[in-house]
Design a protein around this ligand. Structure first.
Ligand SMILES: NC(=O)c1ccc[n+]([C@@H]2O[C@H](COP(=O)([O-])OP(=O)(O)OC[C@H]3O[C@@H](n4cnc5c(N)ncnc54)[C@H](OP(=O)(O)O)[C@@H]3O)[C@@H](O)[C@H]2O)c1
Length: 252
């Protein structure tokens, strides 16, 4: 099986690095020449990568085609590409809906929308897909955990949550910068914050049969964590977060 990628940007690089470390069986990975720097990096550092001369060559040589372009680019380039009937196309494009993709692609290809996230390069994290598809589920299960979604409206909710990644990283950044301002060196600051939050997320994951609320409520009344969460609640921090989710959802 040959895998083809149109748009060699951030998320495609993460997915390809994840694939290269996984048990996914493939012959070649064919990537489009843009972005040139990222394409050359992947070719230099990983095995069996071919940089195609253009997007059509990616489509021609691949059994599975992944779309890692921005929605506005997809609208321009997809109608010009000749896909094959029954060829499987997996779109990572956030705001381009299933029916729109069908119109842009024209042939009777099998279209799946997927939400890979950067930790896929570590072979970790959820990948929500719509509509459900056995082959694609099994593919992403080798570089993460696939969540099949039966209806596109529901998949919008998952896209919304995926849009909180940067605000999570900004939280880590602010905490780490605070420690640096308090005279801890930057390496130790970053190490403390990232180790703490990855361990907290791991603990939450092991507790996933119980409500997350339990982890919030088990704080000692009057303790530091109790103070922290209540102060942020009172200030409207979490209401703002929900407001932001609503706005992200509206764009999808
Ligand atoms: N980043 C994420 O975590 C993430 C997660 C899930 C889904 N997505 C979705 O994945 C898509 C890509 O996101 P991204 O963050 O990876 O963006 P990105 O880094 O900007 O990647 C987009 C890539 O498309 C290339 N491109 C532009 N015009 C092209 C054309 N005509 N033909 C082929 N390639 C072309 C760009 O090359 P140049 O640099 O040369 O312009 C760039 O390498 C988006 O639709 C996004 O919604 C992203």
């Amino acid at each position: 099986m040959n895998l083809g990628f149109i748009g060699t940007g951030n998320i495609v690089s993460d997915v390809i690095i994840g694939i290269s470390k996984s048990k996914i069986k493939y012959k070649k990975i064919i990537i489009s020449p843009r972005n040139k720097k990222k394409a050359l990096y992947l070719k230099k550092n990983l095995k069996n990568i071919i940089i195609a001369k253009d997007n059509q060559e990616v489509v021609n040589k691949a059994d599975l085609v992944f779309l890692g372009i921005l929605p506005k680019v997809g609208e321009v380039i997809l109608p010009k590409l000749q896909f094959r009937n029954k060829q499987i196309i997996v779109s990572f494009m956030s705001t381009t809906k299933y029916l729109k993709l069908k119109k842009l692609i024209k042939t009777k290809s099998i279209i799946i929308r997927a939400i890979p996230m950067p930790p896929i390069r570590l072979g970790k994290g959820p990948v929500a897909i719509f509509p459900p598809n056995k082959k694609i589920k099994s593919f992403f299960d080798k570089i993460g955990t696939t969540i099949e979604i039966k209806n596109e409206k529901l998949s919008k909710n998952f896209w919304t949550i995926s849009g909180t990644m940067a605000s999570f990283y900004e939280l880590l950044n602010i905490l780490s910068k605070w420690l640096i301002r308090k005279k801890t060196n930057s390496l130790d600051s970053q190490k403390y914050v990232t180790l703490l939050y990855s361990a907290l997320a791991e603990l939450a994951l092991t507790n996933s049969s119980k409500p997350l609320k339990n982890l919030v409520d088990e704080q000692t009344p009057g303790g530091l964590n109790w103070q922290g969460v209540n102060e942020l609640r009172k200030s409207g921090y979490y209401r703002l977060l929900e407001k932001s989710l609503k706005k992200i959802y509206k764009r999808l």
